[in-house]
Design a protein around this ligand. Structure first.
Ligand SMILES: NC(=O)c1ccc[n+]([C@@H]2O[C@H](COP(=O)([O-])OP(=O)(O)OC[C@H]3O[C@@H](n4cnc5c(N)ncnc54)[C@H](OP(=O)(O)O)[C@@H]3O)[C@@H](O)[C@H]2O)c1
Length: 337
């Protein structure tokens, strides 16, 4: 009989507005014995993502909703400690929905063995993985970004946004970054190479776009939605494309927000707005990883981690995404590598 003690955050209640620690319950249990086809994984890194908030709602999204009482869903990286499936061996490093917990016992077939990379393990979340794929394919595949075009990125100092800014530069675009706060804007301009910045906390975004994109926007990598998206819609060039990546300004809304008022510009400018979900690009992960690693090793692509120490910090880490307390990728270090 196994005597390993697991600790996990369970969904205790659904948030009304911002998620808080009160929405989670900490429980400790004994790990079950492995069944055929299962592995036991010790979790190392937990990725904390805005979509965690979506999963807490009482509604299905691109994944089924979480039921109350379930272990909070989360993407993690961990090390296999025991296996009853030939596909994975003890010592393997895997990624998957490991959950907000210290250990995950589950089917081996739900996990992906990570290939070795010439970078720290955490780069699988900071530069590669779902974050890198979202930024890379959102720009290249969804938006059809081209050299010489003007790109706008919102939530630009966050995980996806900071990569999208730099991918845009590497593709030869002129990049305008929108973020909240002087230090984030300085980082984007001075260290990541954004051509212009809009600090939406001190400048109206529509005015900022007129200042920085007097000829209009070719591509919008949209992470925020709401008023930010509306301002971009009002400043589109002919044939503009909007890669609708996320709507973080709406995730804690307690009532439906009014629709954008500038949709007429999408029509008049023959624009296209397309939503996408990174899961649809998982089979092309290698293609993006090769590019992102090469750019990083050549000094043309940085990533920044915002690390919280210990599983206990996960609810607070989630809150950072909605107050803008993070710069770069929010991670929780659950255990040693
Ligand atoms: N489509 C997909 O498959 C996919 C995959 C991954 C992520 N996403 C989406 O991509 C977006 C970014 O995700 P991420 O993981 O990279 O998070 P992130 O950008 O690292 O963190 C979220 C950032 O959003 C900004 N923000 C929060 N509330 C805001 C508001 N009301 N108005 C304006 N800005 C606000 C904050 O930055 P400021 O300080 O600048 O406000 C915050 O730092 C999210 O919308 C997420 O849902 C989509």
């Amino acid at each position: 009989m196994s005597t390993t003690i697991n600790a996990a955050w369970h969904l205790a209640s659904r948030p009304a507005g911002l998620p808080t620690a009160a929405n989670f319950a900490w429980r400790e249990t004994t790990l079950p014995e492995l069944a055929d086809g299962q592995v036991q994984v010790r979790n190392i890194w937990l990725s904390v993502d805005p979509t965690n908030r979506i999963w807490m709602n009482d509604a299905d999204s691109y994944l089924p909703k979480l039921e109350l009482g379930e272990v909070m869903r989360g993407i993690g990286i961990g090390r296999v400690e025991a296996s009853r499936d030939a596909a994975l061996q003890p010592g393997d490093i895997v990624q998957g929905m490991l959950g907000w917990q210290r250990y995950c016992v589950g089917p081996a077939k739900a996990l992906t063995r990570l290939p070795p990379i010439p970078l720290p393990l955490s780069a699988h979340f900071g530069l590669l993985g779902h974050i890198g794929l979202t930024a890379y394919f959102g720009l290249t595949d969804v938006a059809g970004a081209k050299a010489g075009e003007t790109l706008v990125v919102s939530a630009a100092a966050g995980a996806v946004g900071s990569l999208a800014v730099q991918i845009g530069k590497n593709l030869g675009m002129r990049v305008v970054a929108i973020a909240g706060g002087a230090e984030k804007c300085r980082w984007l301009r001075d260290e990541l190479g954004a051509d212009a910045v809009i600090d939406y906390k001190v400048e109206d975004v529509a005015a900022g776009l007129q200042r920085t994109c007097p000829e209009g926007v070719d591509v919008d990598f949209e992470n925020v939605g709401g008023r930010t998206l509306d301002a971009v819609l009002g400043n589109l060039k002919l044939g503009a494309r909007i890669a609708l990546c996320g709507l973080i300004s709406q995730y804690n809304a307690t009532a439906p927000e009014p629709g954008p008022s500038n949709l007429a510009h999408l029509l008049m400018q023959r624009g296209r707005m397309q939503g996408f979900i990174v899961l649809d690009y998982l089979d092309r992960a290698q293609e993006a990883a090769e590019k992102l690693i090469a750019w990083h090793l050549a000094g043309r692509m940085k990533y920044r981690l915002d690390i919280s120490d210990g599983l206990a910090s996960a609810p607070a880490a989630l809150g950072k995404l909605f107050t803008g307390a993070n710069t770069g990728k929010v991670l929780v270090k659950v255990g040693e590598e």
